[in-house]
Design a protein around this ligand. Structure first.
Ligand code: PLP
Length: 412
């Protein structure tokens, strides 16, 4: 049960252990966002969506969002993705979680089949399996994402060849994180994206791409992030790109977007939930758009990228030096280090050692697997603290890693 004195999902900030589990910006970053939001609020509420006009930022929003939001967002994303984003393909949401919930409720029913990567973003499983009662089918993955032959086999085993309709156009869904995956931080290569889309067409699948980390890329050689899976769909309606400002700005602002082919956008438009509520999180979406138009979000993202790059590089160097038996792929984007331990080592034991002896929380890899695999992994977030705090914490995690390795006589 939640503690009613908590002020955030993660408890009270700066109280309790160092949480390397937390995939969210921490206090230092959010203080910057407070300043951005304060400035943007002033501009929005005195401008044409506020007192300088019709105060429509405070009205029910148009179902597909105000022009201020979808036009600003399309321009912003086109620039950052380096690929065209059409404002007619955008549906505002209250963040990526809401986007997933909306899609699941609109296009699927209880017992429908959802293919998931193994490992994956574990809370998505709680939404789809526990909240909606859908049937989760894990698909084997390699470093490029779902292995197509395994996906084909699982489709054969689990998906009935039912007739689809204009309003229920899919037989099943695949939930994927193609760019800077959570937890692995890996990228689905072009050929795999093409194969996934081709299969989705043949089998009438929806590919739900949780694109929450795409803009946070750290390779100085890359100007644009890898193209999102959505691009390979050519607006045919088999891929939805699910974006959010939670990682770019603030999770509390609950603002995100779905990017989908116009025929799917029409179905969102016609849904009862959007008719009743109008644009999801209309006010916040206007606020974020205002901050983008003032150039404040862009500056913030640049700062995040600088700090996260410094953090992940320092942390990887520390792990390589202090716990060389642990393998860490240097992420090219995203939020997480996915650390592979010798197979004798259990991530749960490492997490216990970190917590009990050092007051640090890390995530055992098994939690990210729908079938309890990945036992010899831990996930470490580099998003929640500044680089110096993360460096110190990583050194301590390495002490714990060495302790556990010694105990289980890991061969390294
Ligand atoms: C893959 C993935 N999807 C969704 C979310 C939740 O995003 P939001 O805050 O926009 O609901 C997260 C947050 O950790 C995530 O990693």
């Amino acid at each position: 049960m939640a503690n009613r004195n908590d002020t955030t999902l993660f408890g009270v900030p700066n109280k309790g252990p160092i949480k390397l589990t937390t995939g969210a910006p921490g206090i230092d970053f959010l203080h910057d966002v407070s300043r951005i939001i304060s400035e943007a609020t002033q501009t929005l509420l005195t401008g044409e969506y506020g007192l300088g006009g019709d105060s429509s930022a405070l009205q029910y929003g148009p179902r597909l969002g105000a022009p201020l939001f979808h036009e600003t967002l399309a321009k912003f994303l086109t620039e950052y993705y380096g690929d065209e984003v059409d404002n007619k393909c955008i549906v505002p949401t209250a963040g990526a979680t809401h986007g997933l919930h909306l899609v699941a409720s609109l296009f699927f029913r209880q017992n429908d089949v959802i293919f998931v990567e193994d490992p994956t973003y574990f809370i998505a499983l709680n939404i789809l399996r526990d909240d909606f009662g859908m049937k989760i089918v894990p698909v084997a993955c390699d470093e490029g994402g779902m292995i197509i032959s395994d996906l084909k086999q699982k489709i054969k085993e689990h998906v009935k060849k039912t007739t689809v309709t204009d309003t229920k156009p899919f037989r099943a869904m695949a939930y994927v994180i193609p760019t800077f995956h959570n937890p692995t931080s890996r990228i689905m290569p072009k050929e795999r994206c093409e194969a996934m889309v081709e299969l989705a067409r043949q089998e009438k699948l929806l590919l739900f791409a949780d694109d929450v980390y795409n803009l946070l890329h750290y390779d100085p050689a890359i100007i644009k992030p890898p193209s999102r899976l959505y691009i390979y769909d050519n607006q045919q309606g088999n891929v939805i790109s699910n974006g959010t400002f939670s990682k770019l700005l603030s999770p509390g602002i609950r603002t995100g977007w779905i990017e989908a082919a116009p025929k799917l956008v029409q179905l969102f438009h016609d849904s009862g939930v959007i008719w009743s509520a109008g644009a999801s999180n209309h006010y916040s979406s206007c606020l974020v758009a205002t901050a983008i138009n003032m150039g404040l979000v862009q500056k913030h993202i640049a700062n995040l990228k600088t700090q996260y790059t410094e953090s992940l590089n320092k942390m990887c160097d520390i792990i390589n030096k202090e716990a060389p038996f642990a393998q860490v792929e240097r992420p090219r984007g995203g939020y997480f280090l996915w650390v592979k331990l010798p197979k004798e080592m259990d991530g749960k034991e490492v997490a216990k050692e970190c917590m009990e002896k050092h007051n640090i929380v890390v995530l055992p890899g098994g939690m990210c697997s729908p079938i309890g695999d990945c036992k010899n992994y831990i996930r470490i977030s580099f998003s929640h603290y500044k680089p110096d705090v993360l460096s110190e914490a990583t050194k301590i995690v390495c002490v714990a890693l060495n302790e556990v390795a010694k105990r289980c006589k890991a061969s390294y």
